[in-house]
Ligand binder design. Sequence first.
Ligand code: ZN
Length: 282
Amino acid sequence: MPELPEVEIVRRGLERYVVGRTIETVQALHPRAVRRHAAGPDDFAAAAAGREVSGALRRGKYLWLPVGEDALLAHLGMSGQLLIGDPLRPLSPHVRVRLTFTDAGPDLRFSDQRTFGHLSLVAGGAVLPGPIAHIAPDPLEPLFDLAAVTARIRARRSGIKRALLDQSLVSGIGNIYADEALWRAQLHWARPSQQVRPAAITRLFGAVQEVFAESLSAGGTSFDSLYVNVNGQSGYFERALNVYGRAGQPCRRCGSPIRRDPFMNRSAFSCPKCQPRPRAGL
Ligand SMILES: [Zn+2]
């Protein structure tokens, strides 16, 4: 799953290559890619054609391009890519949607191997598309309210990692960056949210912002070469990961072997010494 830094890198690419251009044609090549567009693929294509893109925005892992009052909304799912390139290059079999522009310059292709991603045109969605209005601001947005998020975390009855992954509480944090931020803040993933002190939550979000900033400057994390920028290039932040995917390797802070625990059908990676297990309940 691409996480916030990977999606932000795609947003920056769209901002650079697509904003200010007018969409000429839209080909919806696979109905599944536009399944969230209730009126169907033909309506999607007709509604998007001829529109000028005025921005490239993001909330959590959703991206949208304002077109007039409306929005072209995108989610990359597990394997989606938004790729800019020569409009004459061959069409790969994974391209689900293709947009050309009136200036005959580079086209935009939505390629998605596993087809969990989707595009839709949301009427009146330019400022914030309705389908994602319930998603909380992410820690990189000016609207992110640390005091309010801290209060909500401390009111929860779940482990701290589970709270970090709850997109209605704070968006954009997934499994990889949650583990990395918890390691930096020296908190165990199962610590009951109610017991984490406000100062530790402040430290944790400082760590989230740090790890996001470092990942952005490395071009994101690319585990299976599916997470790429709009030019098809992978990031290299995985080399800088401290715990995620490092089970059995020495902690970069204390040398203890990194531990992997099962967590919500996935894994949680942590250092047994820097992030001691909470005493109660485990
Ligand atoms: Zn350690």
